[in-house]
Design a protein around this ligand. Structure first.
Ligand SMILES: C[S@@+](CC[C@H](N)C(=O)[O-])C[C@H]1O[C@@H](n2cnc3c(N)ncnc32)[C@H](O)[C@@H]1O
Length: 274
């Protein structure tokens, strides 16, 4: 990334050095761009104007880095940054114009409701808070993105569901021991959330890789789920997912979102028949 852009993003100290936080953040983002590289090369080779959506973009460090390292040299590709804090989208748009990044677009609003390309090629989310990661996954799956990559943020939803369902009668005592203590519930809930995300992607026709973004010494929120659409729905993954949901009596946001779509489609089909 150019020094001018780093300075404009307030990542440099007065004497032009990266401060410790900036160094850590940029290291994560560079690793993410590296892991996204095969997906980006794929869509740049296959499409005239591939679209990439960065969900929960924040200050758009990821977007600016992607633009400078990949889209600008390729001389094609559109980058969409969606962010619910309007001051950040305004700043991002001003900055993109200032640096001549004319193929960067900033969309103010929630991932679920934002006006975005109907058929994005790559959907990414870096530390999108809690269930915002699920909104990004839902967006990618429903719009049949070629590639999806998420680095989940802290997540509390499933831990709450495990807590609420602790009196479920058929619960196996050994299963319950997995999350009886609050700390275990948080960690197990977070793990379960990501397992559900990976299985849901597989069930909807994606080939999934789960790996770490950078060394754990740099960030505790370090898991990355990378998915490539191979186009076949996977009944075996769906069965595993259903069993897991039933066994732990949970219904995470992504599963609810996908179920809503299925029942919505069924309702429209029924309405169409009448
Ligand atoms: C932890 S920050 C990460 C920002 C950026 N991706 C990064 O890694 O530097 C999460 C961002 O997601 C935004 N956000 C949270 N939920 C969102 C939603 N449902 N739709 C759009 N943006 C959302 C927040 O406003 C925040 O800027």
């Amino acid at each position: 990334m150019s020094l001018e852009l780093l300075a404009d993003l307030h990542l440099l100290t007065r004497d032009g050095q990266l401060n410790a936080d900036a160094r850590r953040k940029l290291k994560q983002i560079r690793h993410l761009v590296g892991l996204l590289r095969p997906a980006l090369d794929d869509v740049l080779a296959r499409y005239e104007a591939p679209s990439i959506i960065d969900c929960g973009a924040g200050k758009s460090y990821l977007g600016f880095l992607l633009y400078e390292l990949v889209l600008a040299p390729a001389n094609k590709g559109e980058l969409w940054a969606v962010e619910s804090r309007p001051e950040l989208t305004t700043q991002g748009a001003v900055r993109a114009r200032k640096f001549g990044h004319m193929r960067m677009h900033f969309v103010d609003g929630s991932i679920a409701d934002a006006q975005l390309p109907a058929q994005p090629n790559v959907v990414a989310a870096l530390h999108a808070c809690d269930t915002a990661t699920d909104d990004a996954l839902l967006l990618g799956i429903t719009r049949r993105a070629d590639h999806i990559a998420v680095v989940p943020c802290c997540q509390a939803e499933v831990a709450r569901q495990l807590d609420a369902a602790k009196s479920v009668k058929h619960r196996d005592a050994a299963d319950y021991a997995l999350f009886e203590h609050g700390l275990h519930r948080r960690e197990f809930g977070s793990h379960l959330t990501n397992v559900v995300r990976a299985l849901a992607l597989e069930a909807h026709g994606y080939q999934v890789t789960v790996t770490e973004l950078v060394g754990w010494e740099h960030s505790a929120k370090n898991e990355i789920i990378v998915a490539k659409r191979v186009g076949r729905s996977n009944a075996h993954a769906q069965r595993k997912l259903d069993e897991l949901l039933q066994r732990f009596a949970i219904a995470p946001a992504l599963v609810r979102g996908l179920a809503g779509l299925t029942s919505g489609a069924a309702t429209s089909a029924t309405e169409a028949q009448h």
